[in-house]
Design a protein around this ligand. Structure first.
Ligand code: NAD
Ligand code: DAU
Length: 336
């Protein structure tokens, strides 16, 4: 078996590669190496291709070089704030990129197309409600609109042309190797450097958080034991208001860095809200739990400890991905 993982040099893709690496399948990763990617994220026994999935010729070339049995599709532009500034790269990567990949998967008759998506496609939900697999799509940000579109194309290729597929919609991930633009790694990095912690609006927005390794385990489980054409919601059963999460993070960082209690909290700065900010995401992950026996393996406290420890132990990685020198490195090695 040769498995293609797209976006494997990013946060969740690299966690999935680490999950799959001990097994006997040959692993190939294709990645555009955007600012969010790093080769340091990718395990050694993985074959790497640098290509933009929005470039149909490049995708075609890849499928001429390799015969893939299965695809895990994670490559995407993934940051909501960037999509608000400029949605075009999101349409290119998330919509066109997905359609190019589906087309080649169809032509080359791959066995399974695993599409990794987000709970944001469902929009925001009021207190007490939960997203289930049949919840209507109601994306609010340009990012979630592009992901919703990609989900629809996967189902369309499945229904129209018969591609075997699975879709997973997951809540907010945290853990090692996440580019420090998202809430948790951004705030860890800022605390290390005594920089302000920009909390959007009043901080009373709610997210459900899942440790990235548990997401990778869930994807692997759906791949091996999921039912064709099914959607599986994945979540941490772990809701936090942003401000409460930030305060917990501050407390833990003070203790890890040996700083007096309250030092990191004093960095909290309330800033202008994100336009169209979804108030609450809440995943009901009981389908994957009941059908496949999956549940998170670590508590939030444990996952957060592991995450903080990883960032503190990998200051070189943080420095590297924020400096931009790594991008030069790839240009020199692989061309543009
Ligand atoms: P990430 O930004 O860390 O990584 C994305 C990877 O895709 C990067 O390596 C990037 O270089 C690559 N990429 C981007 N555009 C590409 C293109 N046109 N061609 C080839 N490669 C390209 O993102 P992530 O957080 O690891 O998210 C991975 C997937 O999981 C995405 O599809 C995202 O929508 C989904 N997801 C993310 C979360 C989360 O909390 N981060 C939650 C649920 C679902
Ligand atoms: O729910 C799954 C989604 O989670 C994924 O599909 C996305 O790829 C991923 O980026 C994430 O989206 P969010 O917008 O929820 O994540 P982010 O870390 O950007 O923000 C989390 C919350 O924290 C959100 O309510 C906005 C807030 N926030 C974020 C940043 C970066 C702040 O208050 N300040 C910040 O500086």
């Amino acid at each position: 078996m040769t498995i293609l993982v797209t976006g494997g040099a990013g946060f969740i893709g690299s966690s999935l590669l680490r999950q799959l690496a001990p097994f006997k399948e040959r692993l190939v990763c294709v990645d555009k190496f955007t600012y969010a990617a790093s080769q340091d994220n990718v395990p050694d026994n993985v074959e790497l291709y640098m290509a933009d999935l929005a470039d149909e010729e490049a995708v075609r070339y890849l499928f001429e070089q390799e015969t893939f049995t299965d695809i895990f599709h994670l490559a995407a532009e993934s940051h909501v704030d960037n999509s608000i500034k400029d949605c075009k790269p999101f349409i290119e990567a998330n919509v066109i990129g997905t359609v190019n990949l589906l087309q080649l998967a169809l032509e080359k008759e791959v066995n399974r197309f695993m599409h990794i998506s987000t709970d944001e496609v469902y929009g925001s939900i009021e207190d007490g409600g939960y997203f289930v697999e049949t919840t209507s799509y109601d994306p609010k940000s340009p990012y979630s609109a592009s992901k919703a579109s990609s989900d629809h194309f996967v189902r369309a290729y499945g229904e129209t042309y018969g591609i075997p597929y699975f879709i997973t919609n997951c809540s907010n991930n945290y853990g090692q190797n996440q580019f420090p633009e998202k809430l948790i790694p951004l705030f860890i990095n800022n605390i290390i450097h005594n920089k302000p912690l920009p909390v959007y609006g009043d901080g009373n927005y709610t997210r459900d958080w899942l440790y990235v390794k548990d997401h990778a385990i869930a994807i692997d489980l759906v791949f091996h034991r999921g039912r064709n054409k099914e959607t599986y919601n994945i979540g941490g059963f772990n809701e936090w208001k942003n401000i409460d999460l930030v305060r917990l993070l501050c407390k833990k960082m003070d203790s890890k860095l040996g700083r007096p209690a309250g030092t990191s909290e004093s960095l909290i700065t309330y800033v202008k809200d994100r336009p169209g900010h979804d108030l609450r995401y809440a995943i009901d992950a009981s389908k994957i739990n009941k059908e496949l026996g999956w549940k998170p393996s670590v508590t939030f406290e444990e996952g957060l400890e592991k995450t903080i420890d990883w960032y503190l132990a990998n200051s070189d990685w943080l420095q590297h991905v924020t400096s931009g020198t790594y991008q030069e490195y790839y240009k020199n090695h692989y061309g543009s």
